[in-house]
Design a binder for this molecule. Structure first.
Ligand SMILES: [Zn+2]
Length: 421
């Protein structure tokens, strides 16, 4: 690993405490989740420590190192999925934001990490004025071409002031799965306060730490995801920056997420009962205690061992196994469980930018689904968050005798398009 590309975390980015870290799990040195390789030949690949710690003071789950965002995000291969699941979810986000903020025609909605502008198009269709902010130049260009104006920068206090001067204050500042990627939350929240209208709502969607622990979605841990939040942790964070949690909803996307809104501390919005209930649940169900995190680590080791045994067992019986969906979390799963070309033949993915390349660390060739000449007996489903939709779409493969291996919470083989999670 290269020293200047990483920063070691010392102080908690939520509560500022420096000495209260509980070590949770170390996955060793892992390549970046989206660093697809041009060749399968053995070669030196940059790897970085992937380790999780929990702050005993505020229960932020954090990685121990931060990889330079310039390295991660200036060209970014992740394109927001246009699957049915995601399209429906984006409509739901519009509905919830509208319900919480009482949006009027022409109100400004700013999205941080707006990707190709798909979520903002849904807001625009609902009558809002929209503006995206995304440092990935390749994605900002796509968004612009779809009529979604996009500022190609990282969001900070300066960008926020600039936007407020040009476009006015925002009724909604939305960050979907971007907040967990940000190291300097104080800077981001300072920016949000400058751009937010007096009664505007800062709304973020993050993976819910409760779902991460319960659903054992440990493969969603990779270098881009610096933080994993409880509602109580976010509540602490907002309070430190002059904001107050107003509402929360639990959503099923990405293995279980929460959409949390915060207003200025002095705004007219009351704090919804749902917020207090979830905070009480987190305390009463033990998520503020070390044991929850010790159990999480033990269950991860068990699942990994189980998955490796299952796949190697199938291969030793002469079955052919490949991967479905070259997702970022697949990089964690394959590298942490030590699965690669010895067990797995290839990985399919519909993203053109990934096809023809090789998966990070494990070096499986990424094929377009149409380029698969002979279907394997089993697909290890790396994009398990779309399991239902994928199995419905691939019913012919299942009817022909194929199976899907869903890796978490414990490895399970599906030979019919039903999934009980
Ligand atoms: Zn903390």
């Amino acid at each position: 690993m290269s020293g200047e590309a990483v920063r070691t975390v010392t102080r908690c980015r939520v509560c500022g405490s420096a000495e209260e870290w509980q070590p949770v799990i170390s996955f060793g040195e892992v390549p970046l989740a989206n660093s697809f390789q041009p060749t399968a030949e053995p070669h030196a690949e940059e790897t970085y420590p992937l380790e999780v710690v929990s702050c005993r003071a505020c229960r932020l789950l954090s990685l121990t190192v931060v990889v330079d965002p310039e390295l991660l995000y200036r060209t970014y291969p992740y394109v927001t999925s246009d699957s049915e699941t995601m399209t429906r979810h984006m409509q739901e986000v519009v509905r919830l934001c509208d319900e919480r903020s009482s949006l009027a025609e022409g109100d400004l909605v700013v999205e941080l990490g707006s990707n190709t502008g798909q979520q903002l198009m849904a807001f625009r269709d609902a009558g809002a004025r929209v503006l995206g902010v995304d440092p990935a130049l390749n994605l900002a260009q796509i968004a612009e071409s779809r009529g979604v104006p996009t500022v190609p920068e990282f969001f900070d206090a300066t960008t926020a002031e600039d936007i407020a001067a040009r476009h006015g204050k925002a009724s909604v500042i939305l960050g979907r799965h971007v907040f967990a990627h940000v190291d300097d939350l104080a800077e981001l929240l300072a920016g949000a306060r400058r751009l937010l209208a007096d009664d505007g709502l800062f709304t973020i969607e993050v993976p819910y730490a409760v779902d991460l622990l319960d659903g054992l979605a440990f493969d969603t841990i990779y270098h881009e995801h610096l933080s994993y939040f409880l509602v109580s942790t976010l509540d602490t964070l907002f309070a430190r920056h002059g904001l107050r949690t107003v509402d929360v909803a639990r959503l099923s996307v990405h293995g279980g997420s929460i959409l949390v809104s915060a207003g200025r501390a002095e705004s007219r919005w009351p704090t919804h009962e749902r917020v207090r209930e979830l905070i009480a649940h987190e305390r009463d169900a033990g998520y503020l205690a070390d044991e929850a995190y010790e159990r999480f680590a033990a269950r991860i080791r068990e699942t990994c061992a189980g998955l490796t045994a299952l796949v190697r067992g199938l291969v030793s019986e002469g079955r052919r196994v490949a991967c479905y969906g070259a997702s970022a979390k697949g990089t964690t799963l394959l590298n942490v469980c030590g699965l690669g070309p010895a067990e797995l033949e290839f990985c399919t993915d519909t993203t053109p930018q990934k096809q023809g390349l090789f998966t990070p660390g494990s070096h499986l060739p990424v094929l377009a689904p149409d380029d698969v000449r002979r279907q394997p007996d089993y697909y290890l489903l790396l994009a398990w968050n779309y399991a239902e939709e994928i199995m419905r779409r691939e019913s012919a493969f299942l009817e022909a005798g194929g199976g899907f291996i869903v890796p978490v919470p414990e490895p399970k083989v599906y030979t019919e398009p039903v999934i009980a999670r």
